[in-house]
Design a protein around this ligand. Structure first.
Ligand SMILES: [Zn+2]
Length: 192
């Protein structure tokens, strides 16, 4: 395992593998990948991002999703504002969140993001085993922030695709998209 993390460090922190004269923490050994992930998010530029926007029908949703390749996977960070809120007790402000195969956040009157098409699913698996199936967003009075690590997508394959927020939670069961309701915000993934 030591070599595994050394390789990750070499790949992601080449400046830390020299004489240690530059970089923030040259002596770190990264026995814990969580530390590597947190430092990547703190000190590295994302390699790609998507700026998400709602539409006149869904209000003022806006935010950014950042992608940081690290090790054999990608760190995904979502920072979203203006999500719908439900004041009823026992309401859950949880929103399905997926990468879609389409490349455009355009559509029609009944589905403003119809051209985002279906969940990204190159292996033709059932939901929620689509490569584009992501953890849901948990809203906190209209905002959401999360970060997770995944090896199920790579940067080259997601560039130019879309990322969508849905109006309801993903039930992780119903085909083909987890019964997660309407698409309420969309962004296209572009390189930094
Ligand atoms: Zn799916």
């Amino acid at each position: 395992m030591e070599n595994f993390y050394a390789d990750i460090r070499k790949q992601n922190y080449p400046e830390l593998m020299g004489n240690g004269s530059q970089g923030h923490t040259p002596e770190h050994s990264y026995e814990n990948p969580g530390l590597l992930y947190m430092e990547t998010a703190l000190y590295q530029m994302p390699a790609a991002y998507a700026e998400l926007l709602g539409n006149p029908g869904t209000g003022e949703i806006h935010g950014i999703v950042r992608f940081y390749p690290v090790g054999g996977g990608i760190l995904v960070n979502a920072e979203i504002y203006g999500l719908p809120t439900d004041p009823q007790s026992c309401a859950c402000d949880i929103f399905g969140f997926h990468i879609h195969e389409g490349s455009s956040c355009t559509g029609n009157e009944s589905d403003p993001y119809a051209d985002a098409k279906n969940h990204y699913n190159p292996s033709h698996c059932p939901h929620p085993a689509h490569a584009g199936d992501l953890p849901p967003l948990f809203g906190n009075n209209g905002s959401a922030w999360m970060m997770f690590f995944t090896e199920q997508i790579s940067l080259p394959e997601i560039l130019g695709k879309t990322i969508i927020i849905h109006s309801k939670p993903d039930d992780f069961t119903t085909q083909p998209s987890g019964n997660s309701g309407a698409k309420i915000a969309c962004g296209t993934i572009v390189p930094v």
